[in-house]
Write a protein that binds this ligand. Structure first.
Ligand SMILES: [Ca+2]
Length: 150
């Protein structure tokens, strides 16, 4: 459950050096990765602007499909699945949809997932979605708690 995942915060936009703050998860009570910090700092000892955050865990794909991972983030995100970079949207930009990160999975397959996020300035908001076949870009669902765990 990502709500209780350890979260480490860096006081720079490149996950450099050692983390400067530690917390539990970033998600909401429904266990998805969906957060909007607005103009505020995400946690004590981290500035409101110019910080980054890696999140790691496991993701389970319920059916055999090609999944399209997407983020809607302000600012940038990257996603690795089993140590393969599948989504690279590491850029400074207001809230926007990332390119698709495509993953071919068998039914019930569980993979390691690593999501990296950074905020340079102004608002800060990462969200993590997926779509399956036939689901239009930008209309996917937040990856549910049932598919994300430690
Ligand atoms: Ca921002």
């Amino acid at each position: 459950m990502w709500l209780t995942r350890p979260a480490t915060y860096f006081d720079n936009v490149s996950l450099a050096g050692t983390p400067k703050a530690y917390g539990l998860g970033i998600g909401t009570a429904d266990g998805t990765i969906s957060r909007d910090w607005g103009l505020s700092a995400p946690i004590a000892n981290i500035p409101a602007d110019g910080w980054s955050l890696p999140l790691t865990g496991l993701v389970t794909f319920p059916t055999g499909n090609v999944y399209h991972l997407q983020t809607q983030a302000d600012d940038g995100t990257r996603i690795w699945i089993d140590d393969n970079l599948v989504l690279d949207d590491w850029k400074n930009a207001a809230s926007h949809w990332s390119p698709d990160g495509n993953v071919t999975a068998t039914a019930g397959q569980t993979c390691r997932i690593r999501v990296e996020y950074f905020d340079t300035a102004a608002t800060a908001s990462p969200r993590l979605y997926w779509t399956g076949p036939g689901v239009a870009r930008g209309s996917g669902e937040l990856i549910p708690m049932s598919s994300l765990r430690c």
